[in-house]
Design a protein around this ligand. Structure first.
Ligand SMILES: Nc1nc2c(ncn2[C@@H]2O[C@H](COP(=O)(O)OP(=O)(O)O[C@H]3O[C@H](CO)[C@@H](O)[C@H](O)[C@@H]3O)[C@@H](O)[C@H]2O)c(=O)[nH]1
Length: 299
């Protein structure tokens, strides 16, 4: 998995939750990392760029000439109310990126693009890549359209589409479930107001997801669609049990209709078969208890 010293990795959304973790890992391991940010950044390897601007993306890519591209810039909050922006960024942002890459006078070795487990919707059972996607909300739909669009580039470019199942960790935005619960515990609150509580998700560690992304990026696989999951699903109650054990008290849950989602995905549990077949199994190194402890301890 050694990278040639001149090879560069370009990450869209490098300042986001996942981007920050990926950049930190790659920089620590002496890789040459660049990326786009929507706002400002003092880092000289960060380029201020809206992915809705194809020409700007092309200029930056043409200047950097990355060997690998990881596309993380997206609207990732399922309950986001700005649906137009969600479709714009998740679909047209990705079209712009792929078109900008096609305009380069060389072909990057690999492009990894983050889709989502949300494309499966409410299909029952362990979710695998052969199943016919059936999203139930705008977020899942935006990611599925993105996937379908990308497939028409599968011959020209080497594109790994990942379908990450839920993951969390240090620095995740406070509107996602786990950081919200953690923040209530940190403030020693007695009550938390939640939405749909009868749901099951994998709550994987962001660093597990990063590890999978890196292995997939540097693998010999060309164009593929693959789950990034562990197959370990938990209910919200299970999560509350685990946090209560660490924190020493149990928070009381009150349902607030404001947080209840109408088009809800009830259970997301992925099949690891394809992922393990491609890169092996690293699940044991990243337990949920460690993740929750780290998040609770974070200042
Ligand atoms: N955020 C939030 N979620 C709540 C709340 N109460 C219940 N939930 C439920 O907790 C579950 C997890 O919610 P999120 O953490 O917001 O994640 P998500 O909607 O499942 O989506 C995440 O996972 C996808 C992959 O499966 C990702 O693609 C997506 O970007 C996101 O990270 C959902 O079923 C949600 O309805 C609440 O107050 N806030």
């Amino acid at each position: 998995m050694e990278l040639h010293s001149k090879e560069k990795i370009f990450i869209t959304g490098i300042n986001g939750f996942t981007g920050k973790h990926l950049e930190a890992y790659l920089v620590k391991n002496n890789y040459n990392v660049f990326g786009t940010v929507l706002g400002n950044s003092l880092n000289k390897n960060h380029f201020c760029c809206d992915i809705l601007d194809e020409n700007q993306l092309f200029e930056i890519l043409n200047q950097i000439k990355p060997t690998y591209v990881v596309h993380l810039a997206a609207i990732s909050f399922v309950a986001s109310k700005n649906q137009q922006n969600m479709y714009n960024v998740n679909i047209f942002g990705t079209i712009n990126l792929i078109n900008a890459i096609e305009r380069l006078d060389y072909k990057p070795k690999k492009i990894l693009i983050a889709s989502s487990a949300a494309i499966y919707g409410n299909i029952e059972g362990e979710l695998n890549e052969q199943m016919c996607p059936a999203p139930v909300n705008h977020y899942g739909n935006s990611k599925l359209v993105m996937e379908n669009m990308l497939k028409s580039y599968f011959i020209n470019q080497n594109i790994i589409i990942t379908r990450p199942f839920n993951y969390t960790g240090l620095g995740q935005e406070g509107h996602f479930l786990i950081p919200k619960i953690i923040s209530h515990y940190k403030q020693k609150k007695d009550i938390i107001e939640l939405g749909n509580i009868d749901v099951f998700r994998e709550f994987n560690n962001v660093d597990y997801v990063i590890k999978c992304y890196i292995e997939l990026l540097f693998s010999d696989y060309k164009s593929e669609v693959v789950n990034v999951c562990t197959g370990n699903e938990l209910s919200i109650n299970n999560i509350l049990d685990k946090i209560s054990l660490i924190a020493g008290y149990r928070i009381q849950v009150k349902v607030n209709p404001e947080f209840v989602r109408k088009n809800e995905v009830k259970i997301l549990k992925g099949s690891v078969d394809k992922l393990h077949g491609m890169i092996g199994d690293f699940t044991e190194d990243y337990g949920i208890e460690r993740t929750l402890e780290e998040m609770l301890k974070e200042k």
